[in-house]
Design a protein around this ligand. Sequence first.
Ligand code: PYC
Length: 441
Amino acid sequence: MVQVPRSNPRRRPRRGRYPARYSAAALLRRGKAPWPPIWRSTELRDTYDIVVVGGGVHGLATAYYLASNWGITNVAVLDKGYLGGGGSGRNTAIVRSNYLTPDGVAFYDRSVRLYERLAVDLNLNVMFSRRGHLTLAHSDGALRTMRWRAEVNKHQGVDSEVIGPAEIKRLVPALDVSEAPRHPILGALHHPPGGIIRHDAVVWGYARAAAALGVEMHQNTEVLDIDVAGGSGPDGKGPGGQVTGVRTSRGEVSAPVVVNCTAGWASLIAAMAGLRLPISTHPLQAAVTEPVKMFLPAVVVSGSLHVYVSQTDRGELVFGAAVDPLATYDTGGSLAFAEELAGHVLQLMPGLGRMRLLRQWSGLCDMTPDYSPIIGATDVAGFFCDVGWGTYGFKAAPVAGEQLAACIASGETPDLIEPFALNRFAEGRLVGEKGAAAVGH
Ligand code: PYC
């Protein structure tokens, strides 16, 4: 077990009690005074108990649960850019737990439950909208997979069932459930607990709550290398070694625990500790339309047509698709993506022909061979991973942060993350979730 000093657990405020309250009364009380910053900027110190690499929602959630659940507050979250500037600010903010494997369902179910009460825990309106999630089936094969998922979900106590075209039409009148389209809708997996959430608010909420508990956030602080002593690799890093700290663009920091919570750069950060991860990195593009009156009351996904769509509270439609086929770090978008996406959406909802796309963007996805994450301790003592989140990382942040914090603090691997250990690839214990990925990749 890594010895992590517990730094002053008595300093922790009661859950849900954070200094700046965002209420109408607070607004009136403050008058013209500026809002206080939601986290403090401090000097980077040269030693911490724990360094978290990556200031996205996973890194921030891990830091928050280390502080709130375990009283470990001598923690620095480092990000080479700004908090939430990577995948956390680029995803389509879908929350669901209708996975295929029992391990996946139990894990994501815990995340949905944490999301449901997150606004109260963080005292910030994260705008969770539980509106139901429909995964459409356009073939007998897809329908079989939906039935399989529904059964696994029910066994785990998760609300999912297969419904037919008439019920789909009742839930989402804009969908064309006739036999006219090239890929008619034969049925769907309906998952009422699914929904969307405001991703920026989740990032800010975790950052503010962690900072109130004493965690430091350091933006524009790039990790350039990781120091490991006594490893079995040619450079003294790798399995058998012990992490001793990180070298950053702002100086060296010593720490017995370093947590890799990056997305897009997970394999590069792991390589700094001497570990190889079975990850390839692909861009994922998304797009948003002009805002219109609410007409899409559920999240709609079509695996075969490679599209998912939801309508935000502002009225925009947010679309995503499969990851780009070639592994690259290039996040430039493409016209081909927008054209293909539009064609597929129009097969589902022909009435949207005159709607305008406003903008599109990309993020980076670290894909593992089994479409499940890599989370927990590694063979380098003190080096933990919370990576390999493919296109499903945002929805997992609360449970990943909670469970990884427990793993680091207690030295025990919690049951919920045990199936997702890195050594499953060497031991042939894959957790195949491709059938539950939002779209075919
Ligand atoms: O897995 O639900 C999902 C998802 C949504 C967008 C990308 N992946």
